[in-house]
Design a protein around this ligand. Sequence first.
Ligand SMILES: [Ca+2]
Ligand SMILES: [Ca+2]
Ligand SMILES: [Ca+2]
Length: 151
Amino acid sequence: MKRQRALYHHTIQPMAELAVRLTVLVVVLVMVASSAQATQQYMDRLPVVNPYLCLTCHTVENPSGGDSTLNPFGTDFEINGRVWDYHLANLNSDGDGCLNGVEIGDSDGDGVADGNVTEQAGNPGVVDNCGSGSLVDEKTWDALKAMFDGR
Ligand SMILES: [Ca+2]
Ligand SMILES: [Ca+2]
Ligand SMILES: [Ca+2]
């Protein structure tokens, strides 16, 4: 019995600890290595990615495990299950008055770009000039909503 316990403490326990540490290390390494790839994979889900590419969702041009901070659109994209759809297209993540769909160039969010659009009209994660757009001015919209809500 005493010998068994000694065997456990000197051989099995250190090995188990080592195995746990190695597993953690491998998981961390895989996460770092796959983050850039993940970005590419998720970017492919957007119908139009030029010219902003990574900056569509991130605050840095080359997101990595070290810094892959998301901008407001990236955050909404993540909350939406990293799916581009009608719901996400109808949000205005950066609050600049243009819907995400208008900025991306797929107003109805069906995954197919509007007409001959090949470039994003604006960055959906940055307050910018997103072109003509077809969005009702946000203040007008708030006023309309207030009317309907009886406020
Ligand atoms: Ca916007
Ligand atoms: Ca479309
Ligand atoms: Ca914008």
